[in-house]
Design a protein around this ligand. Structure first.
Ligand SMILES: Cc1cc2nc3c(=O)[nH]c(=O)nc-3n(C[C@H](O)[C@H](O)[C@H](O)COP(=O)(O)OP(=O)(O)OC[C@H]3O[C@@H](n4cnc5c(N)ncnc54)[C@H](O)[C@@H]3O)c2cc1C
Length: 253
């Protein structure tokens, strides 16, 4: 079904939103709004009919955590729905703004904060294959990823995925030890930063929650690359990575 070319004015106070978020980059070009308001829901004929025409009113593109906080705060103050988006490869319409409002495009927050043996802390916008490419020269790789790895982001996988390549060996995404920590921005007038570790890091969302708050970074478990795995018995560092696969991983900074 074609999307309306001349949408009705948004019922939200977008002028006030713009004023509150200041210099956070915003996009309101209609073609981009329509494109980024979609994911792969069209695989389902039912969702394709139900979600046709759903669109954000404006897109925020945060450059850093302060921008995420500004957007979350403005949305909470003004009662505007906020929908996070990674790469939009989800196939159930999870990244579709059902009631318009603000779509927060997290793809710019892709930096690796740090890497240690068996662990990496990374921004939610990191594309998983880019992350692997950055890790592999050091002898590490993600031990599990979705089959959409070449486009999917870490944030979208954690919030909307379930498992994938590697899950036979290492379990699903929510298996203890696969996500070690998560940094969350709450959706409140005065957003809080929640730094969740261990079990809390992978168990912070609820299946009954329709949308998740935007989050800033995740610490993920790594695995030696296939080429280095064969020598893992001789390498203390790599043995540590294996033995660190306990249900309660060590705290990370
Ligand atoms: C052909 C095909 C194959 C697939 N194979 C797999 C597979 O093997 N395993 C699997 O698990 N999935 C699979 N998927 C689903 C999807 O590709 C993955 O789950 C992927 O990891 C989603 O990442 P994304 O960046 O595209 O997220 P998006 O689609 O952009 O978002 C997914 C969800 O996460 C939320 N979100 C995104 N970023 C954030 C953030 N920073 N903070 C809070 N919430 C956020 C969104 O609001 C949405 O609810 C597949 C999909 C297709 C079309």
């Amino acid at each position: 079904m074609a999307l309306p070319l001349d949408p009705q004015p948004a019922p939200y106070d977008l002028a006030a939103f713009r004023a509150l978020v200041g210099d956070v980059p915003l996009v309101d070009e209609p073609v981009i709004l329509r494109k980024r308001s979609r994911d792969f829901f069209w695989y389902s004929p039912i969702l394709n009919a139900e979600l046709a025409g759903k669109s954000a009113d404006i897109i925020a593109v945060p450059r850093h955590e302060a921008d995420v906080i500004a957007v979350a705060s403005a949305c909470a103050r003004l009662g505007i729905p906020l929908t996070p988006r990674g790469a939009g490869t989800g196939n159930y319409g999870q990244a579709v703004p059902l009631h318009g409002g603000v779509l927060i495009d997290m793809s710019g927050l892709a930096a690796i904060a740090w890497q240690r043996p068996g662990q990496v802390r990374v921004g939610p916008g990191a594309v998983m294959s880019d992350l692997d490419a950055a890790l592999q020269p050091g002898g590490w790789e993600l031990r599990m990823h979705p089959s959409t790895k070449r486009k999917a982001t870490v944030g979208g996988f954690v919030a909307g995925g379930s498992g994938g390549v590697g899950s036979v060996g290492y379990g699903g995404l929510r298996e203890p030890g696969n996500i070690l920590a998560a940094r969350i921005v709450t959706l409140e007038p005065e957003p809080r930063i929640l730094e969740l570790r261990g079990d809390a890091g992978w168990n912070w969302w609820s299946p009954s929650t329709r949308s998740t708050p935007p989050w800033r970074s995740a610490t993920k478990r790594l695995w030696p690359t296939a080429s280095s795995r064969s020598s893992s018995v001789r390498s203390p560092g790599r043995c540590h990575a294996i033995s660190a696969r306990s249900p309660r991983p060590a705290r990370t900074a």
